[in-house]
Design a protein around this ligand. Structure first.
Ligand code: FAD
Length: 458
């Protein structure tokens, strides 16, 4: 049931009249500021004259769980604990290390809660989490959308491409591109004791906590990107002051530090797109760069959220339009000049130095530059035995190594390589009418030698 443009009630259960608090289960918006879900939870707590408890959990068995992802999440915990303490809100963080550790923490916390507020994120494991908690809890569960600038509910069906969603966004933007008012709790929950596990995380014990978890230890923590809102804001400040003025040109140059590199902070919700957009909007930079950036951050990003919200097949080739399905059928049997295994691709062992460099950047740093990311995806299509294998390989590598993976942008970006949100081009082998990109010509558009040397040095 829709409560308002950002809030959905997921079940039809009565409020617990004997509750001790309202519970906010923070899953994707790992921040204190500009968080519509937290604001909604504070309002409901104040309305019910109850304190608010915030719960965040990190389990060991989510897909692609690794040292890299765990470390990035744990790096944001200490600052949140401090910030919530100042706000009079009890913050519980629980790291579930392995199969022997206590389970069902949200359900246990829910027993003393009046209602649950959580994040309405449209992909990966979150929709299933929300479905299960709504079924299991005996109290109302509300999912709140703080994903983008415009609420997802403003677009009632799947948009075909950027050109169909852009005019709709432009019409609504003035209304939503405004600072959010802060809300404060009227009753502190600081002293509330809960009989539930609460993991103490400090910058000193993160490595040993991660080492003790039953996750993939072969993907190490990123030495380039550190988790947390403070780190995200540090990069945002640098980006706005030094990089944004030249963004419209430099963003397509992987050999330069020319884009925001904020996608991982946006993915984990350390930064809200609203905070980023407002900082960029008022920056001292040419309008052409500001507009180019807001096009990516708002139009492209919200198109991805729109796709995962409305297309139940977003994690497969079935999400592609009819013209792509037809051209893939016609070219399914075309001979592939190269055919690399997942292991060869993962190790960056192809004949193509530029592709190997992009793969290296991703494996070593936890991110891949946007420009080579397109080329990276296109080449996996060319070098795989089928479109299905190419898609699975791309999703696996992207989500395993990229900090910003497992995001609506991951699925939309990969599907874009297959023609999603794009138009038909000229017919050619393997790709059919899907747009093709060649390393040779792409590599001429920037200093690819410099980029390759840099990636090899990582
Ligand atoms: C094969 C492939 C896989 C991709 N996988 C991911 C992924 O896992 N996670 C992810 O966030 N993005 C993904 N993208 C989109 C894009 O490459 C990244 O968002 C971008 O590289 C992030 O770098 P940045 O923050 O410096 O971007 P900037 O150029 O600074 O852009 C600002 C923000 O706008 C958004 N954005 C930028 N480009 C796009 C785009 N093409 N589509 C949607 N939103 C965009 C991002 O949130 C980004 O942080 C993928 C693209 C392709 C082609």
């Amino acid at each position: 049931m829709r409560i308002n443009e950002r809030v959905l009630q997921l079940n039809d259960k009565p409020i617990n009249e004997n509750a001790r608090y309202v519970l906010y289960w923070m899953q994707m918006y790992k921040r204190v500021d500009n968080n519509h879900a937290l604001i909604y939870a504070i309002r409901r707590a104040n309305e019910l004259r109850l304190p608010l408890v915030v719960y965040e959990g990190l389990k060991y068995y989510y897909p692609w769980g690794s040292d890299r992802i765990h470390t990035f999440i744990l790096e944001g915990v200490e600052e949140k604990r401090r910030e919530f303490e100042q706000l009079g809100i009890r913050y519980v963080f629980y790291l579930q290390k392995d199969a022997d550790a206590p389970k069902s923490t949200v359900a246990a916390l829910a027993k003393d809660a009046a209602l649950i507020v959580t994040d309405d994120y449209p992909c990966f494991i979150i929709p299933e989490h929300n479905r299960r908690i709504a079924e299991r809890a005996e109290i109302p569960v509300y999912a709140v959308d703080s994903n983008g600038i415009i609420p997802m509910s403003k677009f009632e069906k799947e948009e075909y491409a950027a050109y169909t969603i852009r005019p709709k966004i432009n019409k609504l933007l003035d209304r939503y591109l405004k600072p959010l008012p802060n809300e404060t709790v009227e009753i502190s929950s600081a002293g509330i004791e809960r009989d539930c596990p609460d993991t103490l995380v400090t910058s000193e014990n993160i490595a040993s906590l991660v080492a003790g978890c039953d996750i993939d230890h072969n993907v190490p923590a990123s030495t380039r990107y550190k988790g947390g809102t403070t780190e995200g804001r540090r990069r945002l400040t640098k980006f706005v002051a030094e990089i944004l003025p030249d963004y419209d040109k430099a963003r397509s140059k992987p050999d330069r530090d020319g884009s925001s590199r904020l996608s991982s902070y946006l993915h984990f919700g350390y930064l809200s797109p609203l905070e980023v957009a407002l900082a960029v909007q008022k920056a001292d930079a040419p309008q052409v760069s500001i507009d180019a950036y807001l096009e990516e951050l708002i139009v492209r990003r919200e198109l991805s959220f729109n796709m995962t919200r409305h297309n139940p097949h977003y994690d497969s080739l079935a999400a592609l339009p009819q013209w792509v399905q037809k051209t893939m059928r016609e070219h399914a049997r075309d001979e592939r000049q190269f055919n690399y295994s997942l292991e060869q691709l993962e190790a960056g062992e192809t004949h193509d130095e530029l592709w190997n460099a992009a793969q290296r950047e991703m494996v070593a740093t936890g991110e891949m530059h946007n420009y080579v990311r397109m080329l990276w995806g296109k080449n996996v299509i060319a070098w795989s035995p089928s479109y299905e294998v190419a898609f699975e390989t791309l999703v696996h590598l992207n989500n395993k190594y990229c900090l910003d993976g497992r995001d609506p942008n991951s699925y939309a970006g990969i599907l874009w390589c297959f023609g999603k949100h794009d138009r038909a081009w000229f017919e050619r082998p393997v790709f059919g009418l899907i747009r093709y990109m060649a390393s040779q010509s792409t590599g001429k558009k920037f200093d690819s030698k410099k980029y390759i040397a840099w990636a090899q040095s990582l």
